[in-house]
Design a protein around this ligand. Sequence first.
Ligand code: HEC
Length: 111
Amino acid sequence: MKCAFFTLTTLLFCSSAMALPPDGEALFQENCSACHGPRGMGGSAPKLAGDASEWKSKTFERAVLNGVDDHGKPLKAPMPHWSGASFKADNGAKPSKLEVDAIQQYLHKQK
Ligand code: HEC
């Protein structure tokens, strides 16, 4: 019984350690900075720091995943619709809201 308890605590500990939030900075640099500029300050695509980084997370998620801006207008190419794509390190898996939120939180901290 002692052993079963030990195994359970180890399992709980390990799974909570794995549930660390995604690295918003790495996600941004790998997937967005080529167009939006280093640290989201703008490039060929609009500045995100201090602008979209202040949107409600639902609005930001909708823009990133479905290509619809804060006024409900479709975002033009080449802005990808990420719901149909995968972030570089994710090997084909769809972006999660947690990842998109982590990107927004990273941008929110840029000045
Ligand atoms: C290939 C270039 C490209 C990449 C890569 C890219 N974007 Fe964009 N993005 C754009 C362009 C261009 C626009 C502006 C489209 C328009 O004005 O209709 C845009 C618009 C946006 C907007 C709306 C900004 C606003 O103020 O209206 C957000 C939010 C956004 N992108 C987030 C991201 C995020 C997050 C990533 C990475 C996961 C990303 N984009 C990757 C080109 C890109």
